[in-house]
Design a protein. Sequence first.
Length: 367
Amino acid sequence: MNRKLKVLVKRAAAVLLIISLVLPVMSVDVQAKKGKTSGTHYNIKWNYDKKTKTLTLSGKGRMNDDFIGYDNEGWPWGHYCDYEAETVIFKEGITYIGNICCDMYVSLKKVSISESVTEIGPWAFRFTGIKKVNLPQKLKKIGKSAFSGTPLKEIVIPDTVTDIGEHALDGCHNLKKVKLPKNLKKIKEFTFSFCDNLKNISIPESVEVIDDDAFVGAGLTSITVPGKVKSIGKKTFAFCENLKKVTFKTNKVKVLEKGLFWECKNLKKVKIPQSVKEIEDKVFMSSGLTGITIPKKVESIGKKAFADCVGLKEVTFEGTNTESIGKDAFKGVPEDCVFTVPEGEAESMKEMLVESGLPDTVQVVEK
């Protein structure tokens, strides 16, 4: 077979593949446009009651994850549910709720999930109108963005769940109460970001990792970081403007990552874990700190780490390991802010502070 023929064969195969993917979706669209209110979609039977505005799904096993357009027309019931359905019932036998199954059903107010469901797929209920959900007691996994943008007020996640996807409850502005599973090991990216009314949450003792932006913009007033946590990601608590109290039970975190408490304007004091070796850029930038103690092991402080902390009056260095202070690390702090260092370290510390951008009138005193 010559090279040109090989290319033609590959192109033909690609076209056939696309057709095989598109045809099921096209047939589904036709089914919806014909006005059908029931049918079978792979292994799932569906029925839509126009009078009660209720969609009922039944079957056994996992719902299929189709290629689905933004208008949900990939699901045969999508034609009705986008702006009409108020209730969705998942009957006993279904084990997996497919991705984008009820995504952006803005009129959806109630969902009933059977106890047979062990996994909820990505974007399953995103941007719906549900205010309450009872999750199955055998549930193991909640997919990415599964409930993001919903008006949920509270959610109890069963202890059987070991995996909660990123953005799972992102933008749930009415969320006030959350119970997390006791065996959860990771809180993923943006899980509770911009949950404005979430003032308190108990992080399970099992958690080892809190990913980037997990609580960015949330309404937290206090937070306790458990003892097993060894990593906290970038901007995890950034823009939590109501945050007043942070308690670190862990002594395993080695790095305070970029922007961790950026713009936490009501955070006046925090005790940094003794395990920390590095404070990265903008960690406390524009926060409400009035005083801070830098632990003995800290070797470096990043750019703008404490910039614009206009209430910062005292910085105490416990040890002599700090070798670098990034540009503008303390830019904008009050002129009368006092830097206290161990005996014999005043000269070298003043040099680093001046190099970082502070005036040579900066006050550095020894213990």
